[in-house]
Ligand binder design. Structure first.
Ligand code: SF4
Length: 228
C-alpha cells in the first residue's frame, strides 16, 4: 500500500491546525509557527488579528505592540519584522491581497517555499508540498528521498505523488511525524507503515507501543525481528 493511501487511512479527515479567517491571517499564522507549536500560535492570533485583521492594518502596526502580542511564540522581534514587512509588501505590490502564486509569495519578507506552500495549498487550493522538519525526517526514514535540502525533498515527493495528492499527503505526513514518527524514539511498533518502511536512520529498537490522539506512547514489549 502506498504511503499516501496509508496516511489517508490514518488521517481520513483533518483541519488545518492554524486558526485563520483569510489568506493574510493564514500567512501570518504560518510565519508565527516557526519554532513554535500550533497551539501557542492559536493562543496568540486572536489578539493579533483583532488588532490587525488584514495587511492594510498590519502594514502600519507599531512594532512594539506587535512584539508584545506575539512574544510567546519566540523570535518575536524577527517575526514582527516579517509580519510588518510582509504586510507592507502585500499592500504596496498587491493592493492588500495576498497573491496566490508561488513566484510572488516567496518574494514577500519572511515567506519561504514552505510557508508559501501552506498558503497555496490550504487557502488557494493550489497543490503544494510544504516541507517542514517533520516531512524532512519522515520522508527520509521512509526512503522517499535521500536529500536534506527542503527544495530537493519537495521535488522528490512531487515526483512520487500525483499533484492532486500533494497538499493532503504532505500535511498528513506532518501529522504522522508529530504523532508517531517522532524525532526521538519513533513509535514504529504502532506505525501503520512499519510493514514496508525501511526505517532509514532509526536506531531505536522496534517496540510495540500504543499511540493515541494526544501523542502519548506507552511502551510495552519488544517485538521479534520483522515486527510480527
Ligand atoms: S515505521 Fe517507524 S520510521 Fe517508518 S514511518 Fe513508521 S514510525 Fe517512522
Amino acid at each position: 500500500m502506498a504511503v499516501a493511501d496509508v496516511l489517508a487511512e490514518e488521517f481520513p479527515t483533518y483541519r488545518v491546525p492554524l486558526d485563520h479567517g483569510s489568506a493574510f491571517q493564514l500567512l501570518a499564522a504560518t510565519i508565527l509557527s516557526a519554532q513554535c507549536t500550533d497551539a501557542m500560535v492559536n493562543r496568540v492570533t486572536p489578539a493579533l488579528f483583532s488588532r490587525y485583521p488584514d495587511a492594510t492594518a498590519m502594514a502600519v502596526a507599531d512594532p512594539a505592540e506587535v512584539e508584545e502580542i506575539i512574544h510567546r511564540t519566540g523570535f518575536f522581534r524577527a517575526k514582527t519584522r516579517s509580519l510588518i514587512g510582509m504586510a507592507t509588501a502585500v499592500v504596496e505590490r498587491h493592493g492588500g491581497d495576498v497573491p496566490g502564486r508561488m513566484a510572488e509569495l516567496v518574494l514577500l519578507p519572511g515567506v519561504g517555499r514552505k510557508t508559501a506552500n501552506v498558503v497555496l495549498a490550504q487557502w488557494f487550493g493550489v497543490p503544494g508540498i510544504a516541507v517542514d522538519t517533520h516531512v524532512l525526517r519522515v520522508a527520509r526514514r521512509l526512503g522517499l528521498t535521500t536529500e536534506t535540502d527542503p527544495v530537493k525533498v519537495e521535488r522528490d515527493l512531487g515526483r512520487l505523488w500525483p499533484r492532486r495528492l500533494w497538499s493532503d499527503t504532505s500535511l498528513r505526513l506532518i501529522f504522522h511525524g508529530r504523532r508517531t514518527c517522532t524525532a526521538r524514539a519513533p513509535k514504529c511498533g504502532a506505525c501503520p507503515m512499519v510493514g514496508f518502511c525501511p526505517r532509514i536512520g532509526v536506531d531505536a529498537p522496534l517496540l510495540r507501543v500504543d499511540v493515541d490522539a494526544d501523542a502519548d506512547a506507552r511502551v510495552g514489549k519488544r517485538l521479534p525481528a520483522g515486527g510480527q
